[in-house]
Write a protein that binds this ligand. Structure first.
Ligand code: AMP
Length: 241
């Protein structure tokens, strides 16, 4: 397995080159959303969060959203085939040509196997050295810190800015600094659902790290560190410097 600092992973991708795909692995609350946004802004590649895509389907009351809604409310994982179809549609969009960040996918070994086959089939006509394997970054965070991050998480429903009432509170209680909107808590960030989500991670997602470690595509970073340091470690993993 590659760990940060051993120099065995990363690619020579610069701010203008093709990136990744970059896969962010880690439990709920590890900071995949926050760090993914920073990386997305830096390299101008889309951040594809399967949680966000699913929530959007729930809001729009699509067939997928209707099927996913109760499962998500319980903190369980949506069936692989539904999520993979949704991801395939998204990855074929033009903005993914230069690369993309997968945030919250793959979350089961079956999804990881599906993604590998998908990438292979999309790139089958390219020479082998142009078929970049994914860069997989696993974000490790202490369990108690994760719970604080999740229970404290609030977001602005208008501009999507994320706050944390414990670590990064808004200036005015429960109100967005940017546009004054009342902040909301995600339905599945309630204590009882958090336990289920963390269990789903342990049982179903942790083995995904082993899948990529076996292929020497895994970089593990300590995501307990201050936010800027975590970003710097991720840039290192991407650029191989
Ligand atoms: P997240 O925003 O990544 O924490 O995801 C919120 C919820 O969406 C999860 O608890 C799952 O119910 C569902 N979900 C998100 N991504 C996936 C995935 N890759 N596979 C299955 N379910 C997912």
């Amino acid at each position: 397995m590659a760990t940060l600092g051993d120099g065995s992973s990363g690619t020579n991708a610069g701010p203008s080159g093709k990136i990744g795909p970059l896969i962010l692995l880690g439990p709920p609350g590890a900071g995949k959303g926050t760090q993914g946004k920073r990386i997305s802004d830096r390299y101008k590649i889309p951040q594809i969060s399967t949680g966000d895509l699913l929530r959007d389907n729930v809001t729009r009351e699509t067939e997928l959203g209707r099927r996913a809604k109760e499962i998500m409310a319980r903190g369980e994982l949506v069936p692989d085939n539904l999520v993979c179809d949704m991801v395939a549609t998204r990855l074929r969009q033009a903005d993914c040509q230069r690369g993309y960040i997968l945030d919250g996918f793959p979350r089961t070994p079956a999804q990881a196997g599906w993604l590998e086959a998908f990438l292979e089939s999309e790139f089958f006509d390219k020479p082998r050295d142009e078929r970049d394997g994914p860069i997989v970054i696993r974000m490790n965070v202490d369990y108690n810190l994760l719970k604080m991050r999740l229970t404290g998480r609030r977001s602005c429903p208008v501009c999507n800015t994320i706050y944390n009432v414990h670590f990064q509170p808004p200036r005015v209680n429960e109100t967005c600094d940017k546009d004054g909107t009342k902040l909301i808590q995600r339905n599945d960030d309630r204590a009882e659902v958090i336990t289920q989500r963390l269990q789903a991670y342990e049982a179903q997602t942790r083995p995904v790290a082993s899948f990529y470690a076996a292929k020497e595509q895994l970089v593990t970073i300590d995501a307990d560190r201050p936010m800027d340091e975590v970003t710097a470690m991720m840039v290192w993993a991407i650029e191989g410097e």
